[in-house]
Design a protein around this ligand. Structure first.
Ligand code: FAD
Ligand code: NAI
Length: 465
């Protein structure tokens, strides 16, 4: 079989690249080693985690907030089996949607492990047969897998990754989470809301340390109120299992040892690029020291006809980043001149309150020596937030000191994941804080806090604080 473009990996990078290639008139094949399409994001990442976050949030609100709203409930309980099965149903529906899109766009889907025989020839080893295909161009979109520590043996029963945490059969009594990043806090939130004791051990001095430090500080406060126990600046030195018990040993910065006992330990210390089985060397390629495939600004590898996108290359490991890169490569192959502004790829953490960020952090501006002014608005002062009892958090706007151009927006609060979109649009069009401050925002909405933070950034003229 001969194709114009073959994509290896059907995650958000790969399947979106396939659709755009097909739209541009290329004969396209998509190879996926698993039986379902959609990759990490749809099967064991973004979608199932958000399904469980929503379910657990309903329970948490029913238990903790309904009474204040004047709603009485008796016999409230969690049916974990049903919660997980609803999540599975959401995943099945979403994955089926990708099958539909492949058919609609006349993309040939081949299930099996894709391995290079040379730079234009790929073997696809399925359950029953091997198919050899020839392709003019190839896009590698093989994604990532959970990272671990050399002394940890992931038994996937008691010492687990995010994948197992999304399908537990019994409710953990005490979940110990290694890593205070996105996965640790999102999946930690799921179980904390359902009544599990959750302890987070983070190596650095802040939660979500890659984001503006103000978000980690605020998140630590709110998560502690929700029952989280948090150890910052602690290094895990051993994790062992005995029967149904997991022990975690850790050390603080002074070398003092502590140990924790729980029934599950979630290892969430990042993800590593995945290239196993690809036979990269047959295509003249190798990976760098972190396991990534190196690419140039066009996302082209050193073998001219092969491109790579998503988690397997440099940059944020995010579904929407992978999607942008999928479209970028398809259009580049078609001879167009697309562009991605990596500074404006937003980051979101789906805790409650949600945290979201775009542009430079305050720490980065300081490091770069860019002069800036900062304006914040707390949700405590928002009528909409008071109405929904979501008064924790704030929106912080960082604008250039002289030009007033918005350089970064960092928020923690209700629906921050959706609100960050306005900041992305503003920054894409290089808006000044004054521009947003003069745009009418519907009342009462959470987005008024963004306008107020922009007012605060422009000569400290917020109206409601
Ligand atoms: P992947 O989605 O990893 O897909 C790669 C695919 O390639 C897989 O299906 C794999 O089976 C296949 N493959 C690999 N090797 C071969 C081979 N040799 N032959 C054939 N097929 C192969 N990101 C967000 O933006 N928002 C979120 O809310 C979010 N939540 C997440 C929650 C969790 C628990 C996790 C783990 C991740 C989350 N992410 C989220 C990250 C997101 O899932 C990834 O950034 C995204 O899936 C990367 O897309 P990708 O296309 O590069 O790779
Ligand atoms: P992460 O990089 O977000 O967090 C890992 C955390 O573990 C960091 O805070 C790091 O300092 C800490 N850490 C590293 N080694 C440690 C050690 N030995 N002991 C203690 N702490 C240690 O990675 P995470 O949470 O595993 O997520 C992986 C990827 O998946 C992320 O890159 C993220 O972008 C993506 N993801 C995105 C989501 C979203 O967009 N909402 C949700 C979940 C995952």
């Amino acid at each position: 079989m001969k194709y114009d473009v073959t994509i290896i990996g059907s995650g958000p990078g790969g399947y979106v690249a396939a659709i755009r290639c097909a739209q541009l008139g290329m004969k396209t094949a998509l190879i996926e080693k698993y039986d379902t399409l959609g990759g990490t994001c749809l099967n064991v990442g973004c979608i199932p985690s958000k399904a469980l976050l929503d379910s657990s949030e309903h329970f948490y609100n029913a238990k903790n907030h309904f009474k204040a709203h004047g709603i009485g409930l008796t016999n409230l309980k969690v049916d974990l089996k049903q919660m997980i099965s609803r999540k599975d149903e959401v995943v099945s529906q979403t994955v089926a949607g990708i099958d539909f899109l492949m058919k609609k766009n006349k993309i040939d889907v081949l299930h099996g492990i894709g391995s290079f025989m040379d730079s234009h020839t790929i073997s696809v080893k399925g359950h029953e047969k091997e198919t050899i295909i020839e392709s003019d161009k190839v896009i590698i979109a093989t994604g990532s897998k959970p990272a671990s520590l050399p002394f940890i043996k992931l038994d996937k029963k008691r010492i687990i990754t995010s994948t197992e945490a999304l399908s537990l059969k019994t409710m953990p009594k005490h979940l110990i989470v290694i890593g205070g990043g996105v996965i640790g806090l999102e999946l930690g939130s799921v179980y904390a809301r359902l009544g599990t004791k959750v302890t987070v051990v983070e190596f650095l001095d802040s939660l979500i340390p890659n984001m503006d430090k103000s978000l980690g500080r605020e998140l630590k406060k709110v998560l502690k109120k929700q029952g989280f126990e948090i150890y910052l600046k602690h290094k895990v030195t051993a994790v062992t299992v005995k029967g149904a018990k997991v022990s975690v040993k850790m050390e603080d910065t002074k070398g003092e040892e502590k140990s924790l006992e729980g029934d599950y330990c979630l290892v969430a210390i990042g993800r590593k690029p995945y290239t196993d089985g690809l036979n990269l060397e047959k295509a003249g390629l190798e990976t760098d020291a972190s396991g990534r495939i190196e690419v140039n600004d066009q996302l082209q590898t050193k073998t001219e006809n092969i491109y790579a996108i998503g988690d397997v290359v440099r940059g944020a490991m995010l579904a929407h980043k992978a999607e942008e890169e999928g479209v970028f490569v398809a259009e580049t192959i078609a001879g167009q001149k697309p562009h991605i502004n990596y500074l404006l790829i937003p980051g979101v953490v789906y805790t409650w309150p949600e945290a979201a960020s775009v542009g430079y952090t305050e720490e980065q501006l300081k490091e770069k020596g860019i002069s800036y002014k900062s304006g914040s608005f707390p949700f405590r002062a928002s009528g909409r937030a008071r109405a929904s009892m979501d008064i924790e958090g704030f929106i912080k706007v960082l604008a250039h000191k002289e030009t007033d151009e918005i350089l970064g927006v960092h928020m923690i609060g209700p629906r921050a994941a959706d609100m960050i979109g306005e900041a992305v649009v503003a920054m894409e069009y290089r808006a000044a804080a004054e521009d947003i401050a003069r745009i009418s925002h519907a009342h009462p909405t959470y987005t008024e806090a963004f306008k107020e933070a922009c007012l605060a950034a422009t000569a400290n003229r917020a109206l409601h604080i």
